[in-house]
Design a protein around this ligand. Structure first.
Ligand code: SAH
Ligand code: SF4
Length: 378
């Protein structure tokens, strides 16, 4: 994305903010709907394309506004259909983005921040520290870039992105307003029209922000639990020292209660060898999960240099899963996908770092493995 701070980037305006923008220009509010459709349904990048808007207004818009999306630096295709991009954000920062096809589903994993301040001990983003929040335009721009990569821009077509998960870089609830605006655009019928079940915000448990989210959104929720007791979670997910497991579970239950439809929380649990993968941990986890309508997603640890942690062996993963299944907890194991592009991506990250002097993150490339014949939306 090039920097032109004087112009407002309409790509990042939520439906209500776009209405306010047009009102301020002295225009009717329905212009917002027209422009929203041009930008997000037809992928317009210039006002000239907007043929149902008068030439005079188009000229005026071009003076004060722009439609600017992130630039693709690198695009990679895996043999299994997984796509990976390195995209350039404002100011030269670059992030990685992954699209994972799985049957009819195409799940896009987006980032909300460059880096993260929450410092979870097993997370490479956390280890890099916090750089900055992404703007709404930079978040929604990730979706637009992914859709465009399939050829003619068509968010509702057969090859569309069907699901979005905030499981890339950053803690979405620490970038609250921009993330909420981006999810609004993802779910708005005049924009991307994704159902609320297909947009999932993953959080490590910023409880006050989660309580605030309930007031403004009904996006689907995933929580990064990773430990079945506070002593261990305090070490792995330091924000637990402020908002312990009991408070997080209570907040999730409040969130679910506020929804108009019946939904469950996805609980993410990264399995780390010898740390949180023992039978005793599984038994404790059963007790915690009994208190929340949920499904469990086990994520074998993705190693990165100097992490000090290891991925458990297949037997330990299977044994852990079995304890959960025996307790009738719906459980999936995420499997690494796109290995062939991963290796290349590591090298590419090096090149990008040289150019941008910013740190990069390895985003796990994943797939859910259906258990007992059930496939689940993430
Ligand atoms: N900040 C948010 C979302 C981004 S991380 C959160 O923490 O939920 C998306 C998921 O990947 C989280 O569950 C996170 O804990 C997990 N994760 C991070 N590093 C990982 C690693 N090295 N191996 C496996 N999972 C990891
Ligand atoms: Fe941040 Fe999530 Fe990584 Fe924790 S797991 S450091 S919250 S990105």
């Amino acid at each position: 994305m090039s920097d032109s701070p004087s112009k407002i980037n309409l790509l990042g305006l939520s439906p209500s903010k776009l209405e306010a923008f047009f009102e301020e220009l002295g225009e009717k509010r329905f212009r917002a709907t027209q422009v929203l459709k041009w930008i997000h349904q037809f992928g317009a990048s210039s006002f000239d394309e907007m043929t149902n808007i008068s030439k005079a207004l188009r000229a005026r818009l071009a003076e004060v506004a722009e439609i600017r999306e992130p630039e693709i630096l690198v695009e990679k295709f895996s043999k299994d259909g997984t796509r990976k991009w390195v995209i350039r954000m404002d100011g030269g920062t670059a992030i990685e983005m992954v699209l994972i096809p799985d049957g009819d589903r195409k799940t896009l994993c987006v980032s909300s921040q460059v880096g993260c301040s929450l410092d979870c001990s097993f997370c490479s983003t956390g280890k890099q520290g916090f750089n900055r929040n992404l703007s709404t335009a930079e978040i929604i721009g990730q979706l637009r870039v992914a859709i465009r990569s399939y050829g003619p821009f068509d968010p509702s077509g057969e090859r569309r992105v069907t699901n979005v998960v905030f499981m890339g870089m950053g803690e979405p609830l620490m970038n609250f307003d921009n993330v909420v605006d981006a999810t609004e655009l993802m779910m708005d019928d005049n924009a991307y029209g994704l159902s609320k079940r297909r947009v999932t915000l993953s959080t490590s448990g910023v409880v006050p922000a989660l309580d605030k989210l309930r007031e403004v959104s009904d996006v689907s929720l995933a929580i990064s639990l990773h430990a079945p007791n506070d002593a261990l979670r305090d070490q792995l997910v330091p924000i637990n020292q402020r908002y312990p497991i009991d408070e997080l579970i209570a907040s999730c239950n409040r969130y679910l209660k506020g929804l108009s439809d019946k939904r469950v929380v996805t609980v993410e649990y990264t399995l780390i060898a010898g740390v949180n993968d023992q039978p005793e941990h599984a038994r404790q986890l059963v007790k915690v999960l009994r208190r929340l309508p949920c499904k469990l997603n086990l994520i074998p640890f993705n190693p990165f240099p100097n992490s000090g942690y290891e991925r458990p062996g297949e037997e330990a993963i299977a044994a852990f899963k079995q304890v959960m299944l025996n307790a009738n907890i719906l459980t999936t194991v995420r499997r690494t996908r796109g290995d062939d592009v991963d290796a290349a991506c590591g090298q590419l990250v090096g090149q990008v770092m040289d150019r941008t002097r910013r740190s990069q993150k390895y985003i796990p490339v994943v797939q859910e493995e259906p258990i007992q014949g059930k496939t689940q939306p993430l």
